[in-house]
Design a protein around this ligand. Structure first.
Ligand code: MTE
Ligand code: MO
Length: 377
């Protein structure tokens, strides 16, 4: 897999884990462009990187559908059968900004599951493929109690002494809304191997974990998948209770991501010399089809807030982040805390402190983002 990493990823990627390979772009490059170049898109893996021969590739569709069948890539790419779908979508790992939760308390401390992500475990790409809804229609629709779609990735990983494929599910309601794509193209290129070649799922506005790479099978099922990634990982627990008191069934299966944001420049502990205005840059994102409506910055730890002018924000996208920049007024000499928070179009905003939402799975660090800098005015 190292060969693929070196070939497909930017030389400055931060390699968080060597196997399974997990990496994020260096901080200075996360928001360098409003659409993330493929070599800089973060990589989250649970196992190896499968090599799949396109000519032998099949997508098998079975379970609770009227006509189970098998598709080649050419079948899916046949525009007379399936209209093309083309969308700008951010994929965000629920572990984004986990380092801030780890800094409070490392919790479970399972490194394989809990990679120490900073603000770069989010990437935005233009994906091309077909809507899963149309593929289900081609299979004669769901039958019986078919209410969830289970996705199988060709990669394998170890869990409790057995080897299994990466498997998760999403509800039919999400598919019905045309918010689940089977994608073969990423920013005008065939899917890179590391991002799921030849075919992956892209679920708009959900946690990245549902966007299964190296997809080879879809099964229509009655209830959410019982596979371990769905039923034992990516669970959101009560923020006050420790591991020993929790049962898996107490965790909420994380699907839609909440509103979140991050300051990408300046960096914490930096000495910033300025003339009364500190130039700040960052990103803002909201899941579930909501979008960042307003981004606010504070130069005094969150007592007073300035609004980032909308002309300094990338376009309003339903399923993608917005990048932003602003000259933040500041007349203080010394250590200051800059804070960023976002309001989405449903007026959801972010908790002000990390500790308000610490949870032992260390998922969804969506609190207002804080950095401390030394201001020289
Ligand atoms: N799909 C497979 N087959 N195996 C995986 O380990 N990881 C998931 C998801 N799809 C994963 C997968 C997780 S947790 C995330 S956040 C996204 O892929 C990351 O997608 P990327 O690596 O293309 O950025
Ligand atoms: Mo993830």
């Amino acid at each position: 897999s190292w060969e693929t990493v070196l070939k497909e990823k930017h030389p400055e990627m931060l390699h968080l884990l060597q196997f399974p390979y997990n990496g994020e772009p260096p901080k200075r490059l996360v928001t360098a462009k409003p659409v993330t170049p493929n070599p800089l898109h973060f990589v989250r893996n649970h196992g190896g990187i499968p090599s799949i021969d396109k000519s032998k590739y099949r997508l098998d569709f079975d379970g609770l559908v009227a006509k189970p069948q098998s598709f080649t890539l050419d079948d899916l790419m046949d525009e007379s059968r399936f209209p093309r779908m083309n969308k700008l979508v951010s994929v965000q790992c629920s572990g984004t900004r986990r380092v801030e939760q780890i800094a409070l308390y490392a919790g479970e401390g399972d490194e394989m599951i809990n990679a120490p992500w900073a603000e770069g475990a989010i990437g935005t790409a233009r994906w091309v493929g077909v809507s899963l809804k149309k593929v289900i229609k081609a299979c004669g629709g769901l039958v019986g109690e078919g209410k969830h779609l289970e996705f199988y990735g060709a990669d394998t990983y170890f869990k409790k002494n057995s080897v299994m494929n990466y498997v998760v599910s999403v509800p039919w309601s999400k598919v019905k809304a045309n918010e689940v794509m089977l994608a073969w193209e990423m920013n005008g290129e065939p899917l890179p191997k590391i991002h799921g070649y030849p075919l992956r799922v892209v679920v708009f506005g959900y946690i990245g974990a549902r966007s299964v790479k190296w997809l080879y099978r879809i099964k229509a099922i009655e209830n959410p998948s019982l596979a371990p990634v769905q039923s034992q990982e990516y669970l959101y627990f009560n923020t006050q209770i420790g591991k020993h008191n929790q049962r898996m069934t107490d965790g909420i299966q994380i699907q839609e991501m909440p509103v979140s944001s991050a300051i990408m420049s300046p960096w914490t502990k930096q000495v910033v010399i300025h003339n009364g205005k500190i130039h700040c840059k960052g990103w803002a994102y909201s899941g579930g089809g909501r979008w960042p409506e307003r981004v606010e910055l504070s130069a005094d730890g969150g007592f007073s807030w300035y609004t980032v002018p909308t002309e300094n924000m990338s376009e309003k996208h339903r399923y993608a982040w917005r990048t932003w920049e602003m000259d933040l007024p500041c007349d203080v000499e010394g250590w200051i805390e800059i804070v960023c928070r976002c309001w989405d179009n449903s007026l959801n905003t972010q908790p002000l402190q990390v500790r308000a939402a610490w949870n032992w799975g260390l998922h969804v660090t969506s609190s207002a983002h804080r950095i401390s800098i030394y201001s020289v005015n």
